[in-house]
Design a protein around this ligand. Structure first.
Ligand SMILES: COc1nc(N)nc2c1ncn2[C@H]1C[C@H](O)[C@@H](COP(=O)(O)OP(=O)(O)OP(=O)(O)O)O1
Length: 159
C-alpha cells in the first residue's frame, strides 16, 4: 500500500524495512495474505501493523509478478493507492515510515523494479508487469504495460 498526500506538496509514505526479506530497502507497506483474508484485507492489515495508519480510500493500481532464479515460487504483488487515511505514521519493529516528496523518492534504496513502474503510479495510471531477478535483487529483464483504469479492472484483466 502506498499512501499519498496530494495537498500542496505531493508526498508519498514509504517504510524502510528493518528486518527480513528486503531489509534496508524503502517500500510500500505490505506482506503476505493470511488464510481467510482477501488481498484488500491483507493490504489494510499490513499498513496498520507496519505503520499504525488506516487507509480510508484504497484503490488497486497495479499487479506485478516477481520471478526469482533462486526461489521457485514467483510473487504476485498488488499495488494499492490511498490518499485518505487516519492515524499518524509510527515506527514499528518492522518498518520505519518516512514521507518523501515525489521528486525525492530514493530509488537507489528501493527494489530495482520500482524505478520502472512508479512513473505510471505517480501519473495516476494502472499497470501490470513481470520482473525477473537473479541473485534475489538484480533485475535482469521485465515487461510492463499500462492497463485501463483506475480502478484497475481486476480480475477481468489478470496478471
Ligand atoms: C522483488 O521485488 C520487490 N519489489 C517491490 N517493489 N516490492 C517487493 C518486492 N518483493 C517484495 N516486495 C514487497 C511486497 C510486500 O509489500 C513487501 C514485503 O513483503 P513480505 O511478504 O516479505 O513482507 P513481510 O512483512 O516480511 O511479510 P509478512 O508480514 O507477510 O510476514 O515487499
Amino acid at each position: 500500500m502506498i499512501v499519498h498526500s496530494e495537498g500542496d506538496s505531493r508526498k508519498i509514505l514509504l517504510g524502510m524495512k528493518k528486518r527480513g526479506f528486503g531489509a534496508g530497502y524503502y517500500n510500500g507497506f505490505g506482506g503476505k495474505v493470511e488464510p481467510g483474508e482477501t488481498i484488500e484485507q491483507a493490504a489494510l492489515r499490513e499498513l496498520e501493523e507496519e505503520a499504525h495508519v488506516t487507509a480510508l480510500d484504497m484503490e488497486r493500481r497495479g499487479v506485478l509478478r516477481f520471478i526469482f532464479d533462486d526461489n521457485p515460487q514467483p510473487w504476485e504483488v498488488h499495488v494499492f493507492h490511498a490518499t485518505e487515511f487516519s492515524g499518524e505514521p509510527l515506527e514499528t519493529d518492522e518498518m520505519a515510515p518516512v514521507w518523501f516528496l515525489e521528486a525525492d523518492i530514493p530509488f537507489d534504496k528501493m527494489w530495482a523494479d520500482d524505478v520502472h513502474w512508479y512513473p505510471l503510479f505517480l501519473g495516476g495510471k494502472c499497470f501490470r508487469g513481470e520482473f525477473f531477478f537473479t541473485k534475489t535483487t538484480t533485475l535482469v529483464k521485465h515487461t510492463l504495460e499500462e492497463v485501463a483504469g483506475p480502478p484497475f479492472p481486476w480480475p477481468d484483466v489478470p496478471l
